[in-house]
Structure formats: structure tokens, C-alpha cells
Design a protein around this ligand. Sequence first.
Ligand code: PGA
Length: 239
Amino acid sequence: MEIYIEKNYNDVSKRASDIITTLLKKRPTAILGLSTGSTPLKLYNNLVGKFKKKEISFKKIKTFNLDEYLSLSPTDENSYRYFMWKNLFSKIDIDVKNTFFPTDFKPNYKNYDKKIKLFGGIDLQILGIGRNGHIAFNEPNAKFSSRTREIFLAKTTIEYNARFFKDTESVPKKAVTMGIKTIMEARQIILIINGENKSKIVYDALFGSVSTKVPASILQRHKNVIVILDKMAAQDFKK
Ligand code: PGA
């Protein structure tokens, strides 16, 4: 596991987008695993900038998103497909036919994993961490052997994500998430984290025991993980 502690969110996003840029230059047909939420916003913005400067093209890539709310239509502004469209896909030269979300495969989610395998597997997975240690929507106590499936969101996740909705009640209770095993099969993972509110869980995930109580702790067993975090998120490292 390589760990980079950056000054701030901008630098976290810059390092992450530089790694993706290098990959896309080397492998224009790369398969990317994408995440949503607040953390990757600047990273996507940087990639759009590099596309506009003609440094990279997304024409031949394929993408698989980590998760999606079960009950929201793709045009709902809180759906993750809409998030990806607004923040990345609409601003680059990607073919939308090459962008995949687990809910597209309802109810045969096994076919999501099959599709990933069919294309040769994920070259690089962008990942964040939830304040409860979740990766994608693999909430605490999810099995390390899990595959893409429907799950119930943890109460902590519903409360945290309520900031995007009218109120807590409006947050969907169910979602579809890539499984932990599916995530672990990615050839490379970039875990990006910023902010003080993640510092405790990041410490537990990276240096605590590997346990389903902290789903992200499984990343300690992956051979090629790059962790990029800001000083605030790394503040517990010294203690
Ligand atoms: P965030 O979400 O980037 O909005 O903090 C991360 C996550 O829940 O994985």
C-alpha cells in the first residue's frame, strides 16, 4: 500500500487525476471503476480539464460505477448515473453505451460482475470511504466474499447522504453495490479521502485489524492500492 499525505483536497485530486491521466495515455482502452459522492468531484473536474486540453480521450474506455440507489430513475438528480452525467460524462468524449451501472442489470446482478470480467477486469478503481468504513455501499459486516447485489443502506449512510435530499426520509433505503470481492479484483485501486471527519475511520481502515466491522480494512490485503489523503484526514496517524 502506497500512502500519500497531501496538503489539501486540491492536491489529493491532482495526484489522483495525474495517475488516471498516465493510465489513459498508456492504455486508451482502459476499464475504469468509478465512484460518486463529494470526494471525487474535483478529480473529475481535473479530468475534464485534461480532456479539453486534448491530453486524454475517453472514447475507447469503459466504466463501471460502484453503486446506485435502487429506486431512483437515471434522470433523477440524486441518481448516480445523473451525477456521472453532470460531473463527467456530458463533458468528455465518452460513449455513454460504454458506461455501466449495477442497477442496469436488475435483478441479475451476477451479470454485472460477468460483464466486468468479459471486458478483462477493472484496470483502475477509484474508491472513497464512508465515515462508517464502507466501500461502495458495502456497509459494516458485509462479507469480504460479497459480489454485486442489493443491500439496505446503513442508518449512518442515510443520515450522511441526506444532505443531497429534501430530508432524511427521502433518501432511498436500498441500493445496489459492487461487492467487496468484485472491488478487490480490480488491478489497481486509488483510495481518495479528505477531511477531518474521516480521520478516525481512515486510521482504523489502514492500520487496524482487517475486519468486516470496517469494510475498507480489506484493502490492506490488496497488492496495488494507492491511498491519497489530505493532512486533515491523516491527522490521527501521528497519535
Ligand atoms: P463522500 O462519500 O465522498 O461523499 O464522503 C464517500 C463514500 O461514502 O464512499
